[in-house]
Design a protein around this ligand. Structure first.
Ligand SMILES: Cc1cc2nc3c(=O)[nH]c(=O)nc-3n(C[C@H](O)[C@H](O)[C@H](O)COP(=O)(O)O)c2cc1C
Length: 182
């Protein structure tokens, strides 16, 4: 089972949360590749069983480098190459609670849905949900008015739990498709 994490990160915070997501997926038995939007290529996406996208929040939405990545990968959509893979998302945002984190998560998930992928949300029993939980995926607050800037240890717990859950869902999905193939 191969899981690809692709992140857009100008100042390293989303990259740190990406590492936590990767650790969780590896704990659940996945082979994990973690690449920036600049590094990731079409072949990385087609080789993966699941793709997890992460972005810093810029001006209420995803980073422009992530948008450019979506457009660079559009030929995969033309060929339906990613149909039936699993997908998930995470973000980091400066301002506590109202910075556009949820909209950014929805943009990431909308792109995965456009490719015909199956979306894995974040459920509220996961570790770290209380501090970084959103049903669309983890959100780390990196410049709150009060308290420690993220990603904090609790934010990373949420990222790790999300990565683990994505890998567990992927394993179940792959086992099910093997059973159908006989
Ligand atoms: C140009 C720019 C625009 C930003 N816009 C927002 C915003 O709309 N909402 C928000 O919560 N944070 C905003 N931020 C803060 C970043 O989302 C936050 O610092 C994030 O954790 C950066 O992630 P990175 O270190 O992975 O680049 C902005 C930062 C930059 C540089």
């Amino acid at each position: 089972m191969q899981i690809l994490i692709v992140f857009a990160s100008q100042t390293g915070r989303t990259a740190k949360l990406a590492e936590a997501v990767a650790e969780g997926a590896a704990e659940a038995g996945a082979e994990v590749a973690c690449k920036s939007v600049e590094e990731a290529e079409a072949a990385d996406l087609t080789a993966a069983d699941a793709i997890v996208l992460g972005s810093g929040v810029h001006m209420g939405g995803i980073e422009s480098s992530m948008r450019a990545f979506f457009e660079r990968m559009a030929p995969l959509w033309m060929q339906g190459e990613l149909v039936g893979k699993l997908g998930a998302a995470f973000v980091t945002a400066g301002a506590g609670a109202r910075g556009g984190g949820e909209l950014a998560l929805l943009s990431l998930l909308a792109n995965l849905a456009e490719h015909g992928m199956l979306l894995v949300p974040m459920h509220n029993r996961m570790a770290g949900f209380g501090s970084a939980g959103c049903h669309w995926g983890p959100v780390a607050w990196t410049n709150p008015r009060a308290g420690e800037p993220g990603p904090t240890a609790a934010h990373c717990d949420a990222g790790r739990a999300h990565g683990r859950h994505v890998a567990e869902c992927t394993a179940r999905w792959l086992a099910g498709s093997d059973a159908v193939k006989g």
